[in-house]
Design a protein around this ligand. Structure first.
Ligand code: F3S
Length: 284
């Protein structure tokens, strides 16, 4: 049984950076909390809790002297709340998200209606909206072209949730163009999501079994799984190596592996190790 890992898989730059910062903070004496779960990965959250880094849901709940802002970033109000709680900020906002926040603010300062392309309830989008509003901007969140207001007066700027697909942005640009509106576009899409999806799709169609690793509560891992399932009925979403027991590898010559952007390297390694031991036992 051959085990093939997708050419792009696992923790993206921003998630890995957040993890490194949290682990470093835990090692340097603890007394640190995260604002919200650091990533959508129950094992990582449990490991951090075991090393003393607990998650709180709002600044008023902070009791530690240091607070970690996760990779999605926060609103200016939450940032102020942390400062008022007297905690020092460890800022793990992904640099790509910071760039999007800056773009949202700039477009608002230029007096434009700011259209945020993204999912209304996503924490990153809540942040983008809040940064633009703080700069005096009018903001509309658009998940689809139907969300673009029918009446627009004045100039428009577009900023995009970093994990959105380019087709969504294009659809919104097209609807504006059809109404004669040329928007100022800040393309803040990060390629980490699409490159993982493309690599997973390619591999899923070449293997007998496809294993997708990541939190069951992780939307990017679930999306990866859906993409693989569409290409192979033998695609499985697992969180830990123990879940491999339920998969029938009989007759499988090639097994593909991918992992969501919130899955750290050691979790991928532990699944691959277990797969190797399956492969060895098949050969005996
Ligand atoms: Fe950052 Fe892109 Fe990951 S925005 S958190 S590197 S998906």
């Amino acid at each position: 049984m051959e085990i093939i890992i997708a050419s792009r898989a696992g923790a993206c730059y921003g998630v890995q950076r957040a993890l490194n910062l949290a682990q470093k903070a835990a090692q340097s004496g603890g007394d640190v909390q995260t604002l919200g779960s650091l990533i959508h990965n129950p094992q990582v959250v449990a490991e951090l809790a075991a090393s003393g880094v607990e998650a709180v849901s709002k600044p008023e709940e902070l009791t530690a002297s240091r607070a970690i802002i996760r990779s999605h970033g926060v609103t200016p109000q939450v940032r102020e709340g942390i400062e008022q709680a007297g905690a020092d900020i460890i800022d793990a906002t992904c640099p790509h998200v910071l760039r999007a926040q800056q773009a949202a603010r700039d477009l608002a300062l230029e007096g434009r209606l700011v259209i945020v392309v993204g999912e209304e309830s996503h924490p990153e989008v809540e942040g983008l909206r809040a940064w633009a509003e703080q700069a005096g901007g009018q903001v509309v969140v658009a998940a689809t072209p139907d969300d673009v207001p029918s009446q627009i007066d004045g100039s428009v700027g577009i900023v995009v949730q970093t994990t959105q697909r380019r087709e969504k942005l294009d659809a919104i640009i097209d609807v504006l163009k059809s109404r004669g509106i040329e928007a100022e576009i800040r393309d803040t899409i990060c390629s980490a999501t699409s490159t993982r999806q493309e690599a997973a799709a390619e591999l899923a169609s070449q293997v007998d079994v496809m294993v997708v690793i990541g939190g069951h509560n992780s939307s990017n891992t679930t999306r990866l799984f859906e993409i693989c399932r569409a290409r192979s009925p033998q695609a499985f979403h697992i969180e830990s190596p123990d879940e491999l027991q339920a998969i029938d590898f009989k007759g499988a010559q090639r097994v593909g592996v991918t992992a969501g952007a919130s899955t750290p390297e050691d979790q991928i390694e532990s699944v691959i190790e277990r797969l190797r031991s399956f492969a060895e036992s098949q050969e005996e």
